[in-house]
Design a protein around this ligand. Structure first.
Ligand SMILES: NC(=O)c1ccc[n+]([C@@H]2O[C@H](COP(=O)([O-])OP(=O)(O)OC[C@H]3O[C@@H](n4cnc5c(N)ncnc54)[C@H](OP(=O)(O)O)[C@@H]3O)[C@@H](O)[C@H]2O)c1
Length: 269
C-alpha cells in the first residue's frame, strides 16, 4: 500500500473525485479524500474504493483542515466559491497556513489550486440555472450566459482530464522538478468561441447544436467571469492544450469525443 499521502479537497465533487480515482488507479499515492461528511453516499463510495476519507470543512474548520493536510506530501486544493462561510482566498490561506504550523511535518509539499477561469464540458450535463441544453427542431440548443459570437473561452473536460493531469504532476514533481515546481499549468482541451465549441460537439453528436444567449447569471463572480471573456483572453500566451502538460504525458480529450461518448449517452441518442 502506498505510504505517500495526497490530500484531496472537494473529493466528492467532479474535480476532486476525478483526482481521487486517478490516484487510486496510479497507486503511487494514497488519496486522503477530504469531505464535510464522511458518511455521505459519495464519501462512502470513495472509502470502498480504497481511499482514506477524512472530515473537514474548507469553508470554516481551520483545525480540521490542518489535520487533513498533516502528513500529506502533496495537496490538491479546490476552493468553494459561493456556498462556503469563508471567502475563497481565506480557504486557500488556511490550507497554506497549515504548512507553517510546527505540528505539521514539513517535508516536500506540493500544492495545486484550480483557477476559476475555465468552463467545464460538464456544464452541459448539469446546466447552470435557467440554461438548459435542449432539443431544437433538428438538433439541440446550448443556452449559455455568453453573448453570441463572444470571444474565445477556455474549455476543460474536468472529470476526464483533471485526475490524470494531477497524477502526472504529483508523480513527476521530484524527477522533473524544473518543469513542474512553481509552474502554473492550464488544463484545457480547447480555446474556442461558443460557436466553435458547438460545431465540434455537432460532429461528435451527429446532430446540429446551436449556441444561444440565455441571459445573465445575476451572480457577480459568474457574470464577471463570463464578461471578462469579451475583454481579455484567458491565459493569454499559453497554447491550449498546454504543451508543457503534453510533454509530461497529459493528453486531453476533445470536444468531439465528449459529444460522441458522454453527451450522446447522456441524451440517449
Ligand atoms: N463549472 C465550471 O465551469 C467551473 C470551472 C472552473 C472552476 N469551477 C469551480 O470549481 C469549484 C469546485 O468544482 P467542482 O466542480 O469539483 O464542484 P462540486 O462538484 O460542486 O464539488 C465541490 C465539493 O466541495 C465540497 N465542499 C466543501 N465545502 C463545501 C461547502 N461549504 N459548500 C459546498 N460544497 C463544499 C463538497 O463536498 P462534500 O459535500 O463532500 O464536503 C463538494 O463535493 C466550483 O465551486 C466551481 O465554481 C467551476
Amino acid at each position: 500500500m502506498a505510504t505517500r499521502i495526497a490530500a484531496v479537497f472537494g473529493a466528492t465533487g467532479q474535480q476532486g473525485s476525478s483526482v481521487v480515482h486517478a490516484l487510486l488507479k496510479d497507486g503511487t499515492f494514497m488519496p486522503r479524500a477530504v469531505t464535510r461528511d464522511v458518511n455521505s453516499k459519495s464519501a462512502r463510495a470513495l472509502a470502498k474504493l480504497g481511499a482514506e476519507v477524512v472530515s473537514a470543512d474548507l469553508g470554516g474548520d481551520k483545525e480540521a483542515v490542518k489535520k487533513a493536510v498533516t502528513g500529506a506530501e502533496v495537496v490538491f486544493l479546490v476552493t468553494i466559491p459561493f456556498k462556503a462561510a469563508l471567502p475563497e482566498d481565506v480557504q486557500g490561506i488556511n490550507v497554506i497556513d497549515a504548512r507553517k504550523d510546527p505540528e505539521v511535518p514539513r517535508g516536500i509539499w506540493c500544492r495545486l489550486r484550480v483557477p476559476r477561469y475555465r468552463l467545464f464540458f460538464e456544464n452541459i450535463l448539469t446546466p447552470f440555472p435557467g440554461l438548459p441544453f435542449e432539443k431544437s427542431d433538428d438538433g439541440y440548443v446550448w443556452n449559455t450566459y455568453a453573448q453570441p459570437g463572444s470571444d474565445t473561452a477556455v474549455h476543460t473536460w474536468a472529470s476526464r482530464d483533471l485526475g490524470p493531469a494531477v497524477v502526472a504532476l504529483f508523480t513527476q514533481y521530484t524527477t522533473r522538478s524544473s518543469e513542474i515546481v512553481g509552474q502554473t499549468f492550464v488544463l484545457a482541451s480547447a480555446r474556442t468561441s461558443f460557436e466553435g465549441f458547438t460545431a465540434e460537439l455537432s460532429k461528435g453528436l451527429g446532430k446540429p447544436v446551436y449556441h444561444k444567449h440565455g441571459g445573465i447569471a445575476g451572480v457577480l463572480p459568474v457574470d464577471e467571469m463570463i464578461y471578462s471573456v469579451a475583454e481579455f483572453p484567458w491565459y493569454a500566451g499559453v497554447a491550449i492544450p498546454d504543451p508543457r502538460l503534453e510533454k509530461l504525458g497529459v493528453k486531453t480529450g476533445t470536444i468531439e469525443e465528449f459529444g460522441r461518448t458522454v453527451l450522446k449517452s447522456h441524451l440517449g441518442e
